[in-house]
Design a protein around this ligand. Structure first.
Ligand code: ARG
Length: 585
């Protein structure tokens, strides 16, 4: 039963090390039944027990026999010893035992015949699958609030969101990327008021978002002293809601100015969206949903506001309408979800935001369910940890922010200087500096488990030593340079003569299952860490296994094939976490 389930979940996937484990589990089931007659054990149970040992000198895959000892009524070392005498297909693996562990080494035949040839056959599609074929996923990410700067707080939603989009596409899903712009709300009343009092067109046109932020900050400072400004802001927003021509014009202009700025950052990340429908888009779609809530008897009036009581679900009430009738953030999200379901007929709608919004999503997901929509369980919130700078919380109001564009340009400048020093003749050096600089920041960010809170330290993001984006990109460029110097591999002659060769192939063989794991956990860091694992194996191989002077043709050809395969997988994996892979650095 267990095995059947797993097989269903990996249908259509080329899982090369996973295939190895599946085949091994089937063989082990047979051997266990033979050695311990009457044993109640399935290949699925065994597959769950198999591990990749942290130290591969013992084996590539291990079966710890501790959990088996009850079922088989024998001590773990005795089980391991007995099973190590059984006959395992040598074209698949070699077996040995150590204490309570049964250790397996993948055979060279399997690595060459299955892993290497799989990559060669599939090329940049190696690791992809069709598990999502015929299914649609909406991904709501980035979604900045208009007239606010794009700062490192937005890095998470943007790169986690886009990486999840790429991972889903790679698994065959039809993906709709949505930038749910925060383009509606009282802040526009504030901006309009501030602009009329203190702003002018040239300043805003030239200063862009910075000028808008300055107006916003000034509004808050002045409103502390003069409360009438707040009333004026509410009035201006009300006029905007009533389609006042002047205010609508200003509002559209503020959006254009902000988008122009955000687009520069999206371009550096190669991100485009399929929809920019922001909060304002749902203005005329909310009444229908509010009416449905009323019809279902969900709405309660509390101090003039309309709320939905969620105490039964241990949550504070969800606010639907303010006492003045204005709609709120959850109301807009509910209308947007219904619209997306009707428009795209999604199988899943994913929202990537900081965990500060987890309650908001839990509340309105519950409301959607209570409204009777049977697709409520297709809504998925993917939260990530909060970012602080040098231990302090981010705040637009106090100015404790690092703008993404500043962070990127510092990183790009640093790479440019390095290129000028080390490789002054490099063609497209500006393009490469952007790919490596931006990539360094993204890689650094995506190296962490997404739920972890991050204290962002600039020097760390800009340090290129160790497990970094530049290291990975440099490794890819190295594979390209080997192939351009030594030539492309020719034919299928192959022989494994060194552990380092086998290690690269084993790392490559794990890629498809890492892609599946990253998808399942909505966790791009699984790919980021995998890239380092593969690059480390490749660099060890590169230093210890000469290619040009290999002597034997089959050895040389194998090494070229391994180099090419490693390059292919590094490039694909970098793409999945939004990094480019320049061929020369
Ligand atoms: N604009 C919001 C913010 O900056 C994020 C929106 C997330 N998406 C959503 N559908 N609520 O906090």
């Amino acid at each position: 039963m267990a095995l059947q389930d797993r097989r269903k979940s990996t249908k259509g996937v080329v899982l090369t090390m996973q295939n190895f484990k599946n085949r091994l589990s089937e063989m082990l089931e047979e051997q266990i039944r033979a050695a311990f007659p009457g044993a109640e054990i399935s290949a699925g149970d065994i597959s769950d027990m198999l591990e990749y040992p942290p130290d591969s000198t013992m084996g590539d895959v291990a079966l710890p026999c501790f959990k088996l000892s009850r079922t088989l009524r024998a001590a773990p070392p005795a089980i391991a010893a007995k099973l190590s005498e059984a006959a395992f297909d040598p074209s698949l693996c070699a077996v040995s035992c150590a204490g309570g562990y049964l250790n397996f080494k993948v055979s060279p035949e399997y690595l060459l015949g299955s892993v290497l040839s799989s990559v060669e056959e599939k090329g940049e599609r190696y690791g992809s699958s069709d598990v999502g074929k015929g299914k649609t996923v909406c991904l709501d990410y980035a979604s900045p609030n208009i007239a606010k700067p794009f700062h490192i707080g937005h890095l998470g939603t943007t790169v986690i969101g886009h990486s999840l989009k790429k991972l889903h596409q790679f698994a065959g899903y039809n993906c709709i990327g949505i930038n749910h712009l925060g383009d509606w709300g009282t802040q526009f009343g504030k901006l309009i008021t501030a602009y009329r009092l203190w702003g002018n067109a040239d300043e805003v046109e030239n200063g862009g978002v910075d000028a808008l932020v300055a107006l916003y900050v000034k509004f808050h400072a002045e409103a502390e002293k003069d409360d009438s400004l707040n009333q004026s802001a509410r009035d201006e927003f009300k006029k905007l809601e009533e389609h006042d021509e002047e205010n609508t014009k200003l509002w559209k202009w503020f959006i254009d100015i902000s988008l122009k700025e955000y687009d520069k950052t999206f371009k550096q990340l190669d991100i485009t969206f399929d929809s920019y429908a922001g909060e304002s888009f749902y203005t005329d779609k909310m009444p229908e949903q509010v009416q449905l809530m009323r019809d279902k008897g969900l709405l309660k009036i509390d101090d003039g506001a309309s709320i939905i009581d969620l105490s039964e679900y241990n949550m504070p009430p969800c606010l639907i309408l303010r006492s003045d009738g204005c709609t709120l953030y959850p109301t807009r999200d509910i209308a947007a979800a219904v619209y997306r379901k009707r428009t795209y007929d999604f199988d899943k709608c994913i929202y990537v935001t900081s965990n500060g919004q987890s309650l908001h999503f839990a509340q309105w997901f519950k409301v959607v369910e209570l409204m009777g929509y049977d697709w409520a369980d297709e809504l998925v919130h993917v939260p990530y940890g909060t970012v602080s700078i040098n231990g302090e919380k981010l705040s637009t109001r106090t100015g404790n922010v690092v703008l993404l564009r500043d962070l990127f340009s510092q990183a790009i400048d640093k790479v440019s200087a390095l290129i000028k020093e080390k490789n002054p003749d490099l063609e497209n050096s500006d393009e490469v500096a952007e790919a490596v600089g931006v990539g360094a920041v993204v890689f650094h960010y995506l190296y962490n488990n997404r739920t972890k809170d991050i204290n962002f330290i600039m020097e760390d993001a800009l340090s290129f030593d160790g497990s970094t984006g530049p290291y990975a990109q440099y490794t890819y460029a190295r594979t390209c340079s080997v192939l351009s110097k030594a030539g492309q591999p020719e034919g299928s002659a192959a022989v494994i003569t060194a552990d380092e060769e086998a290690d690269v192939l084993k790392a490559i063989g794990k890629f498809p299952e890492r892609v599946q794991a990253a998808l399942q956990d909505y966790e791009p860091s699984i790919i980021t860490r995998y890239i380092i694992e593969l690059c480390t194996a490749f660099n060890r191989f590169y230093h210890n296994c000469p290619i040009m002077t290999a002597g034997d043709d089959a050895v040389k050809n194998t090494r070229l094939r391994i180099t090419k395969a490693a390059g292919t997988v590094i490039k694909t994996a970098l793409g999945l976490i939004c990094l480019r892979a320049p061929e020369k650095i």
